[in-house]
Design a protein around this ligand. Structure first.
Ligand SMILES: [Zn+2]
Length: 64
């Protein structure tokens, strides 16, 4: 079943991106004086920007 193979490969590729996004999202909810309420991740604290950068890298890796 080639369809199942493709599906599992896509799912594997998505995991790092989704995990990175979740880490950033959870941080923004806890980071009361840096990231919370900021419209852009780049306006957040250093940790928030690092988490966002990890997500961006994972997303770029998926696209290539
Ligand atoms: Zn933060």
């Amino acid at each position: 079943m080639s369809g199942a193979k493709v599906e599992s490969r896509v799912r594997t590729a998505e995991l790092p991106m989704l995990r990175a996004y979740r880490l950033w999202f959870e941080h923004t909810r806890k980071c009361a004086d840096g990231c919370k309420g900021k419209p852009k991740a780049q306006d957040g604290c250093e940790t928030g920007r690092e988490l966002w950068g990890t997500y961006r890298l994972a997303r770029a890796g998926m696209a290539s």
